[in-house]
Design a protein around this ligand. Structure first.
Ligand code: SAM
Ligand code: SF4
Length: 334
């Protein structure tokens, strides 16, 4: 599928839940949440249908996210079914990592069960290595679970494990070097993500925003000149650099400051209640659930819907245009 700006769409990011066992300040506020009612959430069968039809119109990569996807019941079964869909060549998951060590009824770790179910890449959030800072940022004092989860994922032998760190001034700017070392020691690909206005919380301030260019300078000051590695690409918008005297690469996801950020966008998002979003940084969304639940509409209509939404994909996000957060990240699926 190609949009009117030449974006070639092959990647669907699917949120399977709006719930989470953490409360990251920039994603979901601490207070009581209005969770989606069960009937409002797409069923696994409905999501599998969307992916099956998506594959027939050119989707080849799917990443499952949330909320925390591993809080939804029978997630492993769902991944197994996803892996059976013809045309889907790459399945990934984004997780906070804290449930990866959990033992399944089969007596293996959740990480191993995901690997066995066909998941190739795992993205794990880790903003800090300091227990108190972790508890403050995520609202949960479970840094040990996140780190055990990372090590459990390594033991499971995934093709690629990436660590995602959201940059926040005063919160983790002094830890960048330690996070790089943590990732390097474990041969994981670390990416620093700029804070985006996709939450309604108090942390989305100018003061908390740490631009990726500044983070890069801080790292260069401490570790030496970073070498651009534009030849290295993953499926997303990260720009990669190589550390001096090392093979280690680190990435920057500069959604706010990189003016070319949207040029290579290949993505659509499906929210947990079935809204198809052509862009994270635009309020545009289209009700796929209505199509799926309409007995008079078949897979051809679902395919047509995909093409119509792709046709409405904006040239670039609106984050730089005084964008006011509508739905929180946890509701959209990061
Ligand atoms: N719970 C999983 C996790 O934490 O990885 C998956 C969902 S989470 C919404 C996906 C990613 O979005 C995480 O890496 C998280 O750090 C990032 N994220 C959430 N809110 C953000 C914000 N306001 N700005 C930038 N990244 C954000
Ligand atoms: Fe949960 Fe992930 Fe959002 Fe943190 S970033 S609150 S772990 S969904």
């Amino acid at each position: 599928m190609e949009d009117r700006f030449g974006h070639h769409i092959t990647y669907l990011r699917v949120s399977i839940t709006d719930r989470c066992n953490e409360r990251c300040q920039y994603c979901m506020p601490l207070e009581e949440q209005d969770w989606l009612a069960r009937e409002d959430l797409l069923s696994y069968e409905e999501i599998l249908r969307v992916v099956r039809v998506g594959a027939s119109v050119g989707i080849s990569k799917v990443r499952i996210t949330g909320g925390e996807p591993l809080t939804r019941r029978d997630a492993i079964w769902f991944f197994e079914e996803l892996n059976r869909i013809e045309g889907i060549k790459d399945i990934g998951i984004s997780t906070n990592g804290t449930l990866l060590e959990k033992i399944t009824p089969q007596g293996i770790t959740t990480a191993q069960a995901l690997k066995n179910a066909g998941v190739r890449t795992v993205n794990i959030s880790l903003d800090t290595l300091d227990r108190r800072a972790y508890a403050k940022t995520t609202g949960r004092d479970i840094l040990d679970k996140a780190i055990n989860g990372i090590d459990t994922a390594r033991a499971a032998g995934f093709e690629m494990i990436k660590l995602n760190t959201v940059l926040m001034r005063h919160h983790n700017e002094h830890e960048l070097k330690d996070l790089i070392k943590f990732a390097g020691d474990r041969e994981l690909l670390l990416r620093f993500i700029e804070l985006m206005p996709v939450s309604s919380t108090h942390v989305l301030t100018e003061e908390n925003f740490l631009p990726s260019g500044e983070a890069k300078k801080l790292i260069e000051f401490q570790l030496g000149k970073l070498k651009p590695r534009s030849d290295f690409k993953t499926n997303g918008p990260s720009s990669y650099y190589q550390l001096p005297d090392s093979d280690q690469l680190i990435g920057f996801i500069g959604a706010m400051t990189n003016l070319n950020f949207c040029e290579t966008c290949n993505k659509l998002r499906l929210t947990s209640e079935g809204q198809l979003r052509p862009c994270l940084g635009s309020h545009l969304e289209f009700d796929m659930r209505e199509v799926l639940r309409n007995p008079n509409m078949d897979d051809n209509d679902v395919a047509k819907f995909f093409l119509e939404v792709v046709d409405r994909k904006p040239q670039q996000h609106e984050f730089r245009d005084n964008y006011q957060p509508g739905r929180k990240m946890v509701a959209i699926g990061g």
